[in-house]
Design a protein around this ligand. Structure first.
Ligand code: THU
Length: 130
């Protein structure tokens, strides 16, 4: 299954009764495995989680820690950009050259690299003196 198909399918399962904005995310790891996630909102609004966070959690729970490619889709007017927190979460597991495809249900796509999404990211190397 393509990342697009996987992200589209999991988006249907999003729990988004408060925003009404369903998001699906799919990640591929170097070995070819695909992990998916959707946003899961909560009546206590700050407790909601993003689609990307769900996909990353599924990947880590399966014992994997390297993202080779990512795809995010929503029913938005323009290809949906990951939020700031999700950019940081992607950086933890993806090199700067890894592509993240931002997409709409209508078929628009924008391909960006992780390094473009979060230039100057804080990473583990910044703690090297500790
Ligand atoms: N959302 C995501 O799942 N990923 C993003 O990168 C953007 C925002 C979700 C969070 C919330 O459930 C809804 O979209 C509206 O912000």
């Amino acid at each position: 299954m393509s990342l697009r198909e996987a992200a589209r399918a999991v988006r249907e399962n999003a729990h988004a009764p408060y925003s009404g904005f369903k998001v699906g995310a799919a990640l591929r790891t170097p070995g070819g495995a695909v992990y998916v996630g959707c946003n899961v909102e909560n009546a206590a609004y700050p407790e909601g989680t993003c689609a990307e966070a769900g996909a990353i959690a599924a990947m880590v729970a399966a014992g994997e820690t390297v993202i080779a490619e990512a795809y995010v889709i929503a029913d938005s007017p323009d290809p949906v950009p990951p939020c700031g927190g999700c950019r940081q979460k992607l950086v933890e597991f993806a090199g700067g050259e890894v592509t993240v495809t931002l997409a709409t249900l209508d078929g628009a796509e924008r391909v960006m690299r992780v390094g473009e999404l979060l230039p100057g990211a804080f990473t583990r190397t910044h703690m090297d003196r500790n």
